[in-house]
Design a protein around this ligand. Structure first.
Ligand code: C5P
Length: 227
């Protein structure tokens, strides 16, 4: 079977990573969650005080970029790779609402994007990869054989995210999560560098009314048509 590159883009909490993981497991491909990389850089910026509710010292973050090491390490117990920031496992820390509230501002910085995109291209050079994010089909892999663009209403997405956070024990309110989802949608679609847009050759999937299995079947069918 032909090895391909699968790019999955879309708005926050559309279930991109769930679909990407299912596909990667089934096809025995590598899965890369690029959002985790932006989240890890945001975490570093928070830990070092470069960003907080009042200010964002972009220049100091840019200066520190050469010293930021991002790695994915596969955890066989979980069945997917976890994010490491400078050799520390930050998989749990990067998923908090605090990191979510800063990550899109960090992802607007062109120098951050350049560094991460370069690493993402390198990870995908041998194909057999499923990568999810916001600019995978447009910037990282414009030649990907299959591009999926996922959408769902903001309230459906906020509900999913809220359920996930509550399950993990985070003290959040639904309104807080909805506001964060809407704010990230706005910043991600309006930024100058690599805004979130659907690639011309992407296939749009609105999963507001599809469950995981239905969505997986639709996309697997598309993969089978190509490979
Ligand atoms: O996918 P996830 O919601 O974890 O991504 C977190 C944030 O990282 C997004 O809201 C977006 O601002 C940024 N991001 C990006 N480009 C990507 C992946 C994520 O700008 N390829």
């Amino acid at each position: 079977m032909k090895k391909i590159t699968i790019a999955i883009d879309g708005f926050s909490s559309t279930g991109k990573s769930t679909l990407a993981k299912q596909l990667a497991n089934h096809l025995e491909y590598v899965y890369v969650d690029t959002g985790a990389m932006y989240r890890a850089v945001a975490l570093l910026a928070m830990q070092n005080g470069y960003i907080n509710a009042e200010s964002f010292d972009t220049q100091t973050l840019i200066n520190s970029l050469p010293n930021i090491k991002l790695q994915f390490k596969f955890n066989p117990d979980l069945g997917f790779a976890e994010m490491y920031l400078n050799d520390v496992n930050v998989e749990t820390e990067i998923r908090t609402i605090e990191v979510s509230s800063f990550v899109s501002k960090v992802a607007e910085v062109s120098e951050v994007r350049t560094k991460l995109v370069e690493q993402q291209k390198e990870m995908g050079k041998d194909k057999a990869i499923v990568m999810d994010g916001r600019d995978i089909g447009t910037v990282v892999f414009p030649d990907a054989e299959l591009k999926i663009f996922m959408t769902a209403s903001a309230s459906t997405r906020a509900q999913r995210r809220y359920d996930e956070l509550v399950k993990k024990g985070d003290a959040v309110t639904f309104d807080e999560v909805l506001a964060n989802v809407e704010e990230r949608d706005y910043i991600d679609t309006h930024r100058k560098d690599s805004p979130l847009v659907m690639a011309e050759d992407a296939i749009e999937i609105d999963n507001s009314h599809l469950n995981r299995e239905e969505q997986f079947d639709v996309v697997l069918q598309l993969v089978n048509e190509i490979t």
